[in-house]
Design a protein. Structure first.
Length: 178
């Protein structure tokens, strides 16, 4: 996701609003690589604060993920907010900035006339992802015994289906009732 800031760079105090649509690279998430389904869209306001370019707005996209319970693939819409400060790496003014200040450490250098906000967009999406993906809060998952997707149909073992550790208990009860 790239933004041409050639004009804005020359206009302190100015800001622009823009809408971007752009493909994003795969996202690394807990050892998985997640692909985006189609381009992501960004609605941004970029302001020239004099020394820096402030990028604020939101990003929307759709990820291809797999349900943690039933293992079916599904599309997950994601929406994240973005608020980043970019400074020209070649800027003379920035040399006087105190690097000890925390504020500056979060600033992101850029050079030339193009801001590539892709890394920050991916980071902000990672922050809003849930710990695990569920196709539906009420997903019934797979039968632990036969592997049947219980969202599709109940399986033959339902009813009799208990944890194997409990099965042992059940047998013990059977014996003691004799
Ligand atoms: Zn599911
Ligand atoms: Zn089953």
């Amino acid at each position: 996701m790239r933004i041409n800031v050639a004009d804005l760079k020359k206009s302190p105090g100015e800001s622009i609003e823009l809408e971007l649509s752009s493909p994003l690279p795969e996202l690394e998430f807990h050892g998985d690589r997640l692909s985006f389904d189609g381009p992501a869209r960004a609605f941004l306001e970029i302001s020239n604060t004099g020394k820096t370019l402030l990028v604020e707005g939101e990003v929307k996209g759709t990820l291809e993920v797999r349900c943690a319970r039933c293992l079916e693939p599904f599309r997950l819409p994601v929406e994240a907010t973005l608020s980043e400060v970019y400074y020209p790496a070649d800027s003379v003014e920035m040399v006087v900035a105190d690097p000890a200040k925390e504020e500056y450490q979060e600033w992101i250098p850029f050079s030339g006339d193009v801001l590539d906000i892709t890394p920050e967009v991916l980071k902000s999406i990672l922050l809003v992802l849930p710990m695990r993906f569920l196709c539906d809060e009420g997903c019934r998952g797979l039968c632990p015994r036969c592997g049947q997707n219980l969202n599709v149909a109940p399986c033959a073992c339902s009813g009799e289906d208990v944890d194997p550790r409990l099965m042992i208990l059940k047998d013990m009860f059977k014996d003691s009732n004799r």
